[in-house]
Design a binder for this molecule. Structure first.
Ligand SMILES: [Cu+2]
Length: 224
């Protein structure tokens, strides 16, 4: 047995213990709690489960997803979507935005607009797409395009939940824009065969924020 395999088996065993300790979680659910190095809950982490050794059943026509622009920020800051998802970018502000990405997984541009552009942007390749606005340099968001439909974002309480997973073995991992180290290093092997549910916890080391400071907007008072 290789060391990696031994490690995976050990992690499965630990996940199973957690699952039993978690109590009456619904079958086929994976719940997670994500904290940072200071033990604070981490918002905007992506939690995803990929079936081990078999492809995930990705929907042929994923539903529409939305990333708003509210008060000169992308909301949510991090949006996990399954590959092939059409994403709309409604502008809820009274100033125009110019949303774009240079990321290899999806280069696109929505030239200066108000309201909602008629056509969505379809994220057809897996990867992490950083989005920005040409007008407001501090506006920064992420679309995490995954090859599995089992994905969720942590809320302000650091918690996320994956629901309705068929029984089987999964590799579960987390990602965050300020994650120190690789996403792969967060991987855990989880088996939903025996217990039908698992409750996992991560403590991530996050880099300090590198977002540009907000600048004054012409015609508006102060900093927004
Ligand atoms: Cu903008």
């Amino acid at each position: 047995m290789t060391r990696l395999r031994q490690g995976l088996v050990a992690m499965v065993a630990v996940a199973g213990l957690w699952a039993r300790a978690a109590g009456p979680a619904a079958a086929g659910d994976i719940t997670a709690m994500v904290r940072d190095q200071g033990n604070q809950p981490v918002e905007d982490a992506v939690l995803l489960a990929a079936p081990e050794g078999r492809p995930a059943a990705v929907p042929e026509k994923p539903g529409r997803e939305i990333v708003d622009q509210i008060n000169l920020e992308f909301v949510p800051h991090v949006k996990p979507v399954v590959v092939g998802s059409p994403v709309y970018f409604p502008n809820k502000d009274d100033v125009r935005h110019h949303v774009y990405s240079f990321s290899p997984a999806k280069r696109f541009e929505l030239p200066l607009y108000s309201g909602t552009p008629a056509a969505p942007v379809v994220f057809d390749r897996p990867g992490i797409v950083a989005i920005g606005c040409n007008i407001h340099d501090w506006m920064l968001g992420y679309i995490y395009v995954a090859e599995t439909p089992y994905l969720a974002r942590t809320g302000a309480d650091g918690r996320a939940r994956l629901e309705g997973l068929p029984a089987g073995r999964y590799v579960v991992r987390v990602w965050h824009p300020r994650l120190e180290g690789t996403e792969e290093a967060t991987s855990r092997a989880v088996s939903l065969d025996r217990t039908g549910a698992a409750d996992l916890a991560w403590q991530l080391t996050l880099k300090s924020s590198v977002r540009p400071r907000r600048a004054p907007v012409p015609g508006q008072r102060g900093y927004r």
